[in-house]
Design a protein around this ligand. Sequence first.
Ligand SMILES: [Zn+2]
Length: 377
Amino acid sequence: MMKIFLIIPIFLLFSCASPKDEDSIKGQKYVTCYAWLGGPGNDSDLELEEYFTDLKNKGIDGLMYNGGQDPATYSRVGKIAKKAGLEFHSWIPTMMQRSNPALQEEWYAVNGLGESAYDKPAYVDYYKFLCPSHEEVYLFLENMYSKVADVPEVDGIHLDYIRFPDVILAEGLWKKYGLVMDREYPQYDYCYCDLCVGNFKDLTGIDIRAVEDPSQVPEWKQFRYDLITNIVNRLVEVVHARNKEINAAVFPGPNSIARKIVRQEWNKWNLDAFYPMNYNDFYLKDTKWIGEVCNEGVTALNNRKPLYSGLFICPNPENKTDEPDPENHGLTPEELEDAIRESVENGAAGICLFTPERMTDAHWEVFAEAIRKDFTK
Ligand SMILES: [Zn+2]
């Protein structure tokens, strides 16, 4: 994953040694910039330090770092990130959990056909989502995140996959998966386990398994939004008690997309910051749409917490039009400034790159200019 770093020319490494000089040449930075990054793989401390220093000099302020669930990894990598002057958040998926001795098979979510995400996940093999109704699931998450939040080098916990599986897939992905998702289909609709169905019946009197089209029952939707909201807000208490921040990667919206396709009512979450994945190409939209969903998000949050606009970068811009896989689409260098401007003009407190490794030299050139413009004026 960090191969890019290994071929950074020597002169660039030397120029990294004096970030202040570089700042004074390029001028004041206005846009706060985070980046999603995974690792550390086999990288040595020195390799990580040089890579992080390079990112800092390019204008990145903090990392959402995915390094598994072992606190020791975050301690080691976090120390290096701090040395490079970066904020450091541990990015760890929440509801999506691979097989693990600490997790029983019956705690995984069940779809409308009665199939478990444990052994028959939707779309892709790794879509093993847990059921949010099981207290044991919450306790597993609390235990796992607490240990990471206790690491002194960790500034915050960054939740991801804090949701149900996509009951509707983003339209830009339909072709890839050979689907037309014009409505909710039972094989992608969760969770119909005995516990969820029973709790919902107790609460509302409705037997959801007896309903012909559950997508027409607003109480059933709200019940599932609330299950996720409750987990988030309980985790907020636990992480705050450790004097750490907690934030999340969320779907755009919340109303236009996140609630509808992954059942995230994130405007009700007590997080410190929100990172909507405003990946316009997944929704067959342009950069103007990025501004629209930023505006929607900050309005829904009533500006009470910062929103950082997640931007999906195209790794091979010259091939974008011929590229069949939407996961290789994303913002070209020509679109990047617009995406940043649309985000900030519409209330975002900054941006978050997915990912720095997908950025070409041309992207970084545009980026360096754009983050030094004051789009709030
Ligand atoms: Zn369930």
